[in-house]
Design a protein around this ligand. Sequence first.
Ligand code: DC
Length: 225
Amino acid sequence: MKPKVPVIAIDGPSGSGKGTVARHLADRLGYHLLDSGALYRLTALAASRRGISLEDSGALAKVAADLDVHFGSDAHGEEQIWLDGQDVTTELRTEETGAGASRVAALQPVRDALITLQRSFRRAPGLVADGRDMGTEVFADAGLKVFLTASAEERARRRHKQLKGKGIDVSLAALSRDIDARDRRDSERSVAPLRPAEDARMLDSSGQSIAAVVNAILGWAKEMS
Ligand code: DC
């Protein structure tokens, strides 16, 4: 039997640092990267552009199944995402798109529609997959699963800094409220709720540098190979 392409699954709540950590890990290992949250964000954005209601699960699943998306990077190596041939990188990161993503992500038909696309990112030499259900659903056979957390205050602070850097201005208090609401919706939903896989390693990134978190995960990855 052909050996399976290795996967490192990084799950956790919004602002835990998953995205940054996953990108660094993929760079260090020369692996492919899946930002699965972007697919839910793209579905919400495409639906809103087409005037599709965020309650119409059938139409939303179709939008998800037919996503015309392209992932790339700009001259500085920053992630860039195109939808229907148009650069939507900044729009994708707004809190509004995030809230829409959290709503469409609660719909099973949308999740089902995105499974094949997500699994198609698993290509040699390996994949780092970042999301909420990478270790529990999409890549349940991943060789290494990490559940990354951070305190709510730290997550709000990080998100604030990240958005400011992108020229998006939003108050810290409003951001904390949004993060709380989104966490609750993501953890309490009946389909694929945010929870660590039974065999996930727990890692609290509060007060830790990105490099320290990345090195801890690389250490685990080495143990595993
Ligand atoms: O990681 P993010 O903020 O880009 O994710 C946007 C939303 O998508 C978030 O509210 C949860 C949802 N999501 C999910 O349900 N499953 C994933 N694998 C990734 C994201």
